[in-house]
Design a protein around this ligand. Structure first.
Ligand code: HEC
Length: 201
């Protein structure tokens, strides 16, 4: 469920930005007729895309284990740039249209950057207790017993993944799962992976 919505969000955001980019270029190059034609052509698809984009975004927000400042900044920027864009295009104001485009692209840049930043809570490199490490780093999505399933996290008590694959996914992350290769050392990752084996029924 989460995965499907995550991809819906990704695709609708990209389509939305693409339409937006074409409109901005047409406006900036004084192709007013082209802009009017394009706007008319994409009117319905744009409505569908922006609805999907907003709904999937809202759903994803409700699934976040914690809302970070970066996320709030992103949302404020996205919501601020929409009226700017509407006014900009309606009045043919190039500066407003450009500013809103830069803002919205910037918001996604920010979101990507914050993803690449060190994830989760750094642990002292000396802690080698799998249970303790699991509690600080994994419980918010997977739950105490591995079954919580937030953000589409699979049930770890039913996982058929072997230990090496687990070490790999903890180190590098996958889709909505964060990577821990920067915050945890090899021995810690191994300790957590071993601990997740004990969650199996
Ligand atoms: C932000 C939420 C989140 C956090 C925090 C998180 N996970 Fe995950 N985890 C996921 C998601 C989502 C998936 C599914 C990834 C995919 O396949 O797309 C996943 C998949 C896994 C899998 C693969 C299970 C399988 O059978 O496919 C393992 C193992 C796992 N996580 C262990 C951990 C461990 C250990 C930690 C802590 C170090 C952790 N996860 C932290 C969300 C999270």
């Amino acid at each position: 469920m989460y995965k499907g919505i995550f991809y819906t969000h990704l695709i609708s955001v990209n389509l939305f930005l693409l339409i937006y980019l074409v409109k901005t270029i047409l406006l900036l190059t004084n192709k007013n007729e082209g802009l009017a034609k394009f706007t008319k052509m994409v009117k319905v698809p744009e409505m569908i895309i922006s609805t999907l984009f907003l709904l999937s975004g809202i759903y994803m927000l409700t699934q976040l284990p914690e809302i970070k400042t970066m996320m709030i900044i992103k949302i404020i920027i996205v919501f601020a740039s929409i009226p700017l864009a509407i006014i900009g295009f309606k009045k043919g104001n190039k500066i407003l249209a450009l500013v809103s485009f830069v803002l919205i692209v910037g918001a996604y840049g920010l979101a990507e950057m914050s993803k690449k930043q060190k994830s989760a809570t750094a642990q002292p490199a000396t802690v080698l207790n799998g249970f303790e490490l699991y509690t600080t780093n994994c419980v918010k999505c997977h739950g105490d017993d591995g079954k919580l399933g937030l953000m589409g996290a699979p049930d770890l008590s039913a996982s058929a993944m072997d230990i090496n694959a687990k070490i790999e996914i903890i180190k590098n992350g996958k889709n909505a799962m964060a990577s821990f290769g920067n915050t945890l050392n090899k021995a810690q990752i191994k300790a957590i992976a071993d601990f997740t084996e004990t969650l199996k029924k």
